[in-house]
Design a protein around this ligand. Structure first.
Ligand SMILES: *Cc1c(COP(=O)(O)O)cnc(C)c1O
Length: 822
């Protein structure tokens, strides 16, 4: 690996860089220095960056081809990439050069970067994980491809109108995107619908022929993924759906112009929009078609590349690893079976053995509503041949594996079967994944344990070696070097240049945790980041906040298990204390939220509304003298996270224990010196281990205690009647105090916490959470103590570098070799 912070990768100096930008402005963008918009300047800058990037892209791809390397293929329905300009510049080691070149042109690089729309082709953690992983794969020099969907519209843009979330379409490539390259030479044709014919050959061999009802064209768009140091540039290949030429011309020629337009529109619908449900399964036909479309395109692409150097399939499993990011790409399993058997003529067992070696599966959730199942009737219509193959896999599995271990045990068969026999019958995608994959991993220690013990206990008995853990991580290039440059510079000054490649190097910082001079430097940077955020908050929401307050941040998708409602309830209680006792002594606090709710998730949207309405009342209340502020930042996304995280004092990670698989926001925030207030859930447990229990604030029920309480029978009413502050805060929501003239508008939150049973034990954890916040308050008042904690957090999160996650995948699952690029 080459560290671009140690020696320049390109000879280009700032004057040459400047010349190139101007050259592209004139020739590529067709404008001039006098007339150019910021958008044009940004595009010209990107075109310049691409010159260097494409050079490395070509050398990487040629080397991989020449050396015929084994590669991992990361299949994911989501890649939450965010912006790429600053990231690519840092990874190419060109950030400073570019910044200076633009300065000569009277332009600010940071300002031009704001021109780039986020590439928001994902919902949240799972999609962002995929983005961090392909960054790490390229950085570490592993041959890898990301495969996904080229959504025309990514996750909706969130506007807040009178406190409520309004969804607007996201058009990230409306005016073109400088990072994507169309590859018409690698177009694929994908069959759908139709029927299966059984053909008897002359040798009495049975052959299945799928006669599809439709053919869709898949057009690949490549996003180059530059590793840090730019030795390797891998590809993220995203598939766009189009009407196949064959179909629409046929209809067109028969006078069906309008019909041909309909066909075209239907075909384009497939990659039109990302489903906005996080942690819930939609069960819609279009979603299944999306999944099949990108998996089939990707497998054909893999097959085409494999066949350039091989004439049979003996080496296939040695060359190809496919990682399934959750169950969304599960359909790749029967599709590879179909390709190998129906198209390539392999025997069933031969094909099955290949599949078992090729696929591995990452589980991301234990939530039952998130486990994908598809009605059999839907499968029968959309993918009739795949249903047959699934039945065959199932029959083989139940007979040879289940019956062998548990003879004549129908109960276990019913449970492990890929088919759920209830009405209507459904295909369980997770079971298909576990049965096929050679490895199944959870995403944090506790989660992987629960996957084995609670989610798939029988599968674990059948194949104990199949299950493993790979704790998630995030790339320190984006989440520290690029988003918090001042802190990054301080770290480089203090421990040297190695840390972006080896985050454990930051351990050295712990030596300075008690040093008042270093503490001051560290906290001055935090303060400066907070001052920058104060301006963003003002511009986005009109709310005035002070950088001297504690910035307490909860940023993540809105979900009851993540418990934004717990945070809100605590805010209500604090507000009441301040009203009842104006002398109530707390350090000023700004509670900042950023969160999108799935458009059909009623309670989640009501929580957003409540946060905004409670915030309006609190922020305008002179009686509390600015001690409390509540800010809801609209349209939470990667680029906003990059502004919020460097300014955070407190990181809210307060899910009900057992429900957050890992979390990655928790890692980003700790890396930037925020103190975690969190439950013993997901990766919080491992973060607490790394930073030490003294340097984070843990509260609440443990996984075991949650199970016990649920088994005993949890009643939120007990807590409501026993705790006068909870009762008053919840009763407040029935009044029109926060929604003048419209009482009852916030009732649904109280209802969900009482009438509907408080599924996520909000009230049970309240007292402990409140006590934890009091600890935060006193810790913050001890300036030296707080600075020390913040420094130790940043110094101790080396484990949560996604490079480490990738090394774990390589060692346990993929068995890849690094490839030097000549
Ligand atoms: C990191 C990240 C997430 C995941 O956050 P969690 O707190 O782990 O749920 C979601 N959205 C965006 C934009 C992110 O950057």
């Amino acid at each position: 690996m080459v560290n671009p912070m140690e020696k320049p990768l390109f000879e280009l100096d700032k004057d040459e860089f400047k010349q190139e930008i101007v050259h592209h402005l004139r020739t590529t963008l067709g404008t001039s220095e006098k007339k150019a918009s910021k958008q044009a300047w940004w595009m010209a800058t990107c075109a310049t960056i691409n010159q260097m990037l494409f050079e490395r892209l070509t050398s990487t791809q040629q080397t991989h081809l020449q050396k015929d390397t084994r590669a991992v293929h990361y299949f994911s329905a989501e890649f939450l990439m965010g912006r790429l300009t600053a990231n690519n510049l840092h990874n190419l080691g060109l950030y400073k050069t570019c910044e200076e070149a633009l300065k000569d042109l009277n332009l600010e690089l940071a300002d031009l970067c704001e021109q780039e729309p986020d590439m928001a082709l994902g919902n949240g953690g799972l999609g962002r994980l995929a983005a961090c992983f392909i960054d790490s794969l390229a950085t570490l020099g592993y041959p890898a491809l990301g495969y996904g969907l080229h959504y025309e519209h990514g996750l909706f843009r969130q506007e807040i109108r009178d406190g409520r979330q309004v969804e607007r379409p996201d058009s990230w490539r409306e005016y073109g995107n400088p990072w994507e390259i169309c590859r018409p030479e690698s177009v694929q044709e994908i069959p759908l619908y139709g029927y299966v014919e059984t053909v008897f050959g002359e040798d009495c061999q049975v052959r299945k022929v799928w006669h599809p009802g439709r053919i869709i064209k898949g057009v690949p768009w490549d996003i180059p993924i530059v590793g840090f140091g730019a030795q390797t540039v891998n590809i993220l290949r995203l598939w766009e759906s189009r009407a196949s030429n064959f179909f629409d011309w046929d209809v067109f020629n028969h006078g069906g112009y309008v019909d041909s337009q309909k066909e075209k529109a239907e075909a384009e619908t497939i990659s039109k929009v990302l489903y906005p449900n996080d942690e819930t399964e939609a069960g819609k036909e279009l979603r299944l078609v999306q999944q099949y479309f990108f998996c089939a395109c990707s497998l054909k692409d893999i097959m085409r590349r494999y066949k350039r150097t091989h004439t049979d399939f003996k080496e296939f499993a040695a060359q190809i690893a496919v990682q399934l990011n959750d169950t969304h790409p599960t359909i790749a399993i029967p599709e590879l079976m179909r390709e190998l058997i129906d198209e390539e003529g392999l025997e069933w067992t031969e094909a099955w053995n290949i599949c078992k070696q090729v696929f591995s599966y990452t589980n991301h959730t234990l939530l039952p509503e998130a486990l994908e199942t598809w009605p059999v009737y839907l499968f029968e219509r959309v993918l009739p041949r795949h249903l047959e193959i699934i039945y065959e896999i199932n029959a083989y599995f139940l007979k040879n594996e289940v019956d062998a271990k548990w003879p004549a045990n129908n109960e276990i068969k019913r449970k492990l079967s890929i088919i759920d026999e209830s009405n209507p019958r459904r295909v369980r995608m997770a079971n298909l994944c576990v049965i096929t994959s050679h490895k199944v991993n959870g995403v944090a220690e506790i989660h992987s344990k629960l996957v084995k013990e609670d989610l798939f206990p029988e599968f674990n008995q059948l194949w104990p070696d199949k299950f493993c853990n790979v704790t998630n991580g995030v790339t320190p290039r984006r989440w520290l070097l690029s988003c918090n440059q001042e802190l990054a510079d301080l770290f480089t000054e203090t421990v040297g240049t190695e840390w972006p490649l080896n985050l454990d190097a930051l351990r050295e910082l712990a030596k300075y945790a008690d040093d008042p001079v270093f503490q001051k430097k560290f906290m001055d940077i935090k303060l400066h980041n907070k001052e920058k955020l104060v301006k963003v908050i003002k511009a986005e929401t009109g709310i005035d906040v002070s950088a001297d307050a504690i910035f307490d941040i909860q940023i993540k998708r809105l979900h009851e298990y993540k418990r934004q409602q717990l945070n809100l309830l605590h805010i209500l209680v604090l507000y009441r204390r301040l009203l009842l006792n104006p002398e109530y002594d707390i350090h000023p606090r700004v509670f900042i939220f950023g969160s999108k709710a799935a458009p059909g998730y009623r309670v989640a949207k009501d929580i957003i509304y409540a946060i905004n309405k409670v915030g309006e009342r609190i922020n305008d209340d002179p009686r509390i003298k600015g001690k409390l502020k509540v800010v809801f930042m609209p349209n939470y996304r990667v680029s906003l996270a990059e502004k919020l995280i460097p300014a955070a004092d407190v990181s809210e990670q307060i899910s009900t224990a057992g429900y957050e698989a890992s979390g990655t926001g928790n890692m980003k925030l700790a890396m930037n010196g925020a103190i975690t207030i969190g439950t013993l859930d997901g990766a919080n447990i491992e973060i607490a281990e790394e930073v030490g229990e003294d340097n984070c604030v843990i509260f609440g029920l443990t996984v075991e205690e949650v199970k016990e309480l649920k088994a005993r029978g949890y009643s939120p009413w007990d807590y409501y009647y026993a705790n006068a502050e909870i009762k008053s805060a919840l009763d407040w929501l029935d009044t029109d105090y926060f929604t003048p003239g419209r009482p009852g508008e916030l009732q649904s939150i109280k209802k969900s916490l009482l009438d509907y049973g408080d599924t996520y034990l909000t009230l049970a954890d309240f007292a402990s959470y409140d006590e934890a916040h009091q600890r935060i308050n006193s810790l913050y008042r001890d300036k030296a103590r707080w600075a020390k904690m913040a420094i130790i957090n940043a110094a101790s999160v080396g484990k949560f570098n996604s490079d480490r996650s990738i090394q774990d995948y390589v060692r346990q699952i993929w068995h890849l070799d690094k490839c030097d690029i000549s």
